[in-house]
Design a protein around this ligand. Structure first.
Ligand code: NAI
Length: 616
């Protein structure tokens, strides 16, 4: 199934956006069109492979051109997701990733009728259990329902409901779908993997349960996170669910209450020493390499004293990434690039202050400075100096002697200050990013000061869940008099302020990690370097439409996630193949993968949908 979209020589304004000579039409949408085809969203010239394929890409801004505060709708037709390439072909076929079948409508009808999809339906945890049940007994229907209604159904499969599910996992009578590997399996991890009923595994999400969402150490109950997160690979990026494996490493728990619970199924011991832990993780990693050498491994919700060490140790020899560090970085960089499409300016001109200096903050700051360095030519040192972090003790500066390893690259020569407001006044940031899990820390004084310092302050309270958010959307809009450019970790409803609609985009990692992971699987990637998350973030940032940007949405609508993922997959596959880290996906070896359009066709064609298999 494909959607044919005319580009380049069409007659509407939307089509003219891709015309090689737009001025000829007498229509001059300057802010979006000038050099649109040759600049990345951060304003840096695109590389040849980026220029060659503008799949699902909307027009981009020149480097210093802000989106005018007000667009006349008559002048700028909404730019929807359109196909187009730099050469300006007359039409492009974009295969739709997931065929929508009549079966799906039937299931959706039942779901609606039972009130399942409505807010007034059963309690979220009951919906979670119902969906697990449906998955077990009618897997095809489950995926049909999920794919057709991803936006409504995912909150009951993953966050926020999965948090409660993990807390109660041991007492809910859940039949686990994933594989537990416990310290008692030492010496026989490979044979346990080989005994798993499904051997053709392509994607694994693994947790050790130590830092589940913001809920702390949930030990073996963390399995719920691996199970929930892996579903997003299918929902968002079309990975065949029979090739996905959730794993929980059961290394005990320091959660005494859980250990004492008679229903708890995990090891009833405290977490092991670093040496014991490292040896166990290493046996797991080496066993994986023998069992499934090309498997994509996602680390999820490891405590931060292990997360950085484990990632550093294995990222150059395995096809793996940590979503809390790198996926978060990808989505936040995309939000920032989207914000600059609204506000104008280059990334390397920004001063970014983070409240928090853990996995999320360090991951985001590392990717932002990498982008400034690679795309905008700033030195590595100067790029890092555009990012300042604050932890629970205060500003991370070079004079401090108590800093953990992962904070040190961002410890700059600056006076130490204790509080956020002092840091804001001293550093005059253009953006503040909250990843501290401490609510209400972006208070009125902080936000009003940001609004005094910046015409369009960028304020991203990313901490989850909503109760931990550094500020609410309403506060950010009110205290900046509607000038804020906002993104949050948890969802907030849109609001009207001074007669204008303001949307609160949610920085959902699911925009990034499933597409990155699926691209790595398709190319049998050896490793997943930092650049992959940069490519993914740029692709995502380019896809918000003008209409979305006008209402503050720095991301394209999540309801288009399969199309969005296909575009990101295409960009990442192309990067991995061109950089020699991956191979051309199976079945596409003979195709023109240079300047042609095969990448996007390949990405869409590779996406699984429930009607395309009978193995379920
Ligand atoms: P973490 O535990 O690794 O880091 C938390 C950091 O906050 C630590 O550096 C700690 O020192 C700092 N902190 C604690 N109290 C503070 C205070 N009063 N002032 C300043 N800093 C303080 O946690 P991680 O993984 O970095 O996550 C942090 C938050 O970010 C969580 O709420 C998480 O839900 C959220 N998050 C949001 C994402 C998204 O929106 N897509 C993705 C990943 C995380």
């Amino acid at each position: 199934m494909s959607l044919i979209l005319p580009v380049a020589c069409g007659t509407t304004r939307q089509h003219r956006l891709y015309n090689a000579t737009p001025q000829a039409s007498g229509f001059h949408p300057k802010p979006i069109l000038r050099q649109a085809k040759f600049l990345s969203s951060s304003g840096f010239p695109l590389s040849p492979y980026e220029r060659s394929d503008r799949f699902l890409t909307v027009a981009r801004f020149g480097s210093n051109e802000p989106l005018p505060a007000k667009f006349s709708p008559a002048k700028l037709a909404p730019l929807e997701i359109v196909g187009g390439n730099a050469a300006g072909a007359a039409s492009i076929k974009i295969p739709l990733p997931a065929p929508v079948t009549e079966d799906m409508d039937v299931e959706e009808h039942h779901a609606n009728k039972s009130g399942f999809l409505s807010e007034a339906g059963p309690r979220p945890i009951d919906k979670y259990m119902h969906l697990r049940d449906l998955r077990e007994h009618d897997t095809t229907k489950y995926y049909q329902l999920m794919l057709k209604n991803a936006q409504q159904v995912l909150p009951f499969i993953y966050t926020p409901t999965v948090g409660q599910a993990c807390q109660e996992y041991h007492s809910l009578g859940i039949k686990t779908r994933g594989l537990y590997l416990s310290l008692n399996d030492r010496g026989s991890i490979l044979s346990k993997l080989r005994a798993w009923p499904q051997q053709d595994i392509q994607v694994i999400v693994v947790t050790d349960g130590e830092r589940i969402l913001g809920l702390g150490d949930l030990g073996a109950n963390g399995m719920g996170i691996s199970e929930g997160k892996i579903e997003l690979y299918t929902a968002a990026a079309g990975v065949d669910p029979s090739k996905c494996l959730p794993i929980a490493l059961d290394v005990g728990t320091n959660n005494a209450k859980l250990r004492e619970s008679p229903e708890y199924k995990g090891l009833r011991s405290a977490r092991p020493s670093d040496e014991e832990y490292d040896a166990f993780v290493d046996e797991f990693m080496q066993a994986l390499k023998i069992w499934r050498p090309h498997v994509l491994l996602q680390y999820e919700d490891f405590g931060n004293h292990n997360a950085f060490r484990v990632l550093e140790k294995y990222q150059s020899g395995f096809c793996c990434f940590n979503d809390d560090i790198q996926g978060t970085a990808g989505i936040t960089l995309a939000a920032l690039l989207g914000a600059l499409r609204i506000r104008g300016g280059r990334l390397s001109e920004q001063r970014i202050l983070f409240l928090g200096a853990g996995e999320a903050a360090c991951g985001i700051a590392t990717l932002i400075s990498y982008c400034m360095h690679r795309r905008e030519g700033l030195s590595e040192e100067s790029s890092r100096q555009r990012c300042y972090l604050m932890d629970s003790k205060g500003l991370v500066v070079s004079s401090r002697t108590d800093l953990q390893h992962h904070k040190k690259p961002f410890a700059h020569d600056a006076p130490f200050v204790h509080t956020l407001i002092e840091a804001v006044r001293m550093l005059k940031p253009t953006a503040i990013i909250g990843v501290s899990a401490v609510p209400n820390t972006f208070d009125e004084e902080v936000i009003k000061t940001m609004a005094e310092l910046n015409e369009r302050p960028i304020i991203f309270p990313l901490s989850n869940p909503t109760s931990l958010s550094e500020c609410t959307f309403e506060q950010a809009v009110k205290w900046t008099d509607g000038r804020v450019i906002f993104a949050s970790g948890s969802p907030f409803d849109p609001i009207e302020y001074n007669g204008e609609l303001h949307n609160a985009p949610q920085a959902n990692n699911a925009y990034i990690f499933p597409a990155v992971g699926h691209a790595a699987v398709l190319t049998k990637a050896k490793t997943i370097p930092q650049a992959v998350f940069l490519v993914a973030a740029e692709q995502l940032a380019a896809m918000a439409t003008i209409k979305e940007l006008q209402t503050g949405s720095v991301f394209p609508q999540f309801s288009n996630i399969r199309l969005i993922s296909a575009a990101i997959m295409a960009a990442v596959v192309r990067y991995l193949v061109n950089s020699g880290l991956g191979t051309v996906p199976a079945g596409w070896e003979g195709h023109d993968t240079g300047e042609g359009l095969d990448w996007r066709h390949m990405a869409s064609a590779a996406m699984w949908s429930p009607s395309s298999t009978s193995r379920l």
